[in-house]
Design a protein around this ligand. Structure first.
Ligand SMILES: NC(=O)c1ccc[n+]([C@@H]2O[C@H](COP(=O)([O-])OP(=O)(O)OC[C@H]3O[C@@H](n4cnc5c(N)ncnc54)[C@H](O)[C@@H]3O)[C@@H](O)[C@H]2O)c1
Length: 313
């Protein structure tokens, strides 16, 4: 069994690689990543057990060579940032759309059984109805949201037209160990972690009452593993969240409580392209994939904080 993880040196991809290696059976795990936002060190303890290729999904020949004969592909490589897609629309288009197309085409031509595609909850846009169900009409608000949505459509079309099995998973806000806090595009929980350990105030964009379905990364790994196996899931789309909704202010309050500190946050202007509220309905994933998110928000925060603390030394 040969399994390829694109974006496997990234935050979610490197957790998925660990999940795959932890499964019974002798799968060979191949990582394809150009280390644009991912880091080689994310794979440190597992390096001897995987095959790593520094390759770019925009390079069809490279993708084709690595996917040929694989059983399963998890396509996570992307530039996953709303603000970056606004400042660099061409680059993000090329990676998130053309790259996804290359992966699907190479998978179909290379005889891959199934591709699991990392889609994004940003596809729902800022419509008031909550929680978000997969049947809602997508209303993307940023180039990133459009790009990830195009990948979903392509995945389904590859199933319907070419018979390649695909499953698209719309991840909601994922957090956990190895999420990079250091760039202006970083996920908010990782930014909070870095601030908390330095005992300094984080900057919250807007009033902090915007809410997200914050999902601990191991839940998403579980979802990916299940989506790769579930019979009858091909050609379908599933939400990946926990089904809850937490505001940024609440998240920062919970972290202060865990750490036993009181540090009021700073507030900056709202960020362009951000949606106000987000919450997943996960009943389809529960029903069809047997997905049960096992780690709740607070437990996820504790585990993540522990990881950041250890890394800081
Ligand atoms: N983190 C979230 O909350 C979230 C939410 C919704 C969807 N997603 C999706 O999940 C996936 C993983 O996101 P993440 O949070 O782990 O981000 P990440 O930036 O840590 O991982 C993305 C990986 O893709 C790699 N990559 C980027 N461009 C590439 C290219 N041209 N060729 C090869 N590799 C390339 C990066 O180096 C990185 O390792 C992405 O597809 C993202 O859109 C993430």
């Amino acid at each position: 069994m040969r399994i390829v993880v694109t974006g496997g040196a990234g935050f979610i991809g490197s957790a998925l690689v660990r999940g795959l290696l932890g499964q019974a059976g002798a799968a060979s795990v191949v990582v394809l990543d150009n280390l644009l936002t991912g880091k080689s060190e994310n794979l440190d303890e597992v390096r001897s057990r995987i095959e790593f290729h520094d390759a770019d999904i925009r390079d069809y020949a490279a993708v084709k060579g690595l996917l040929a004969g694989a059983d399963l592909v998890y396509h996570l490589a992307a530039i996953p940032s709303v603000p970056r897609s606004i400042s660099e629309p061409e680059l993000t288009h090329q990676v998130n759309i053309n790259g996804a197309f290359n992966v699907l085409l190479a998978a179909q031509r290379g005889g891959v059984r199934r591709v699991v595609y990392a889609a994004s909850s940003s596809a729902y846009g800022d419509t008031p109805a909550l929680p978000k169900v997969e049947e809602m009409t997508p209303t993307p608000k940023s180039p990133y949201a459009v790009q990830k949505l195009v990948g979903e459509h392509y995945a389904r079309v590859f199933t319907e037209v070419y018979g390649l099995e695909t499953v698209a998973l719309r991840f909601f806000n994922v957090f956990g160990p190895r999420q990079d806090p250091s760039s202006p595009y970083s996920g908010v929980i990782s930014v909070f972690m870095a601030a908390l350990l330095d005992h300094r105030a984080p900057t919250i964009y807007g009033d902090g009452e915007q809410s997200r379905d914050f999902t601990y990364v191991d839940n998403i790994v579980e979802l990916c593993l299940k989506a790769a196996q579930a019979p009858g899931a091909s050609g379908r789309l599933y939400n990946g969240g926990v089904g809850a909704r937490i505001t940024l202010n609440e998240a920062w309050r919970t972290l202060q409580k865990i750490e036993g500190v009181e540090i009021p946050p700073l507030h900056g202007p709202p960020r362009e392209g951000d949606v106000r509220h987000s919450q997943a309905d996960i009943s389809a994933a529960r029903r069809d994939l047997g997905y049960r998110p096992a780690v709740d928000f607070e437990e996820g925060l504790r585990r993540t904080l522990e990881w950041f603390r250890q890394r800081k030394g």
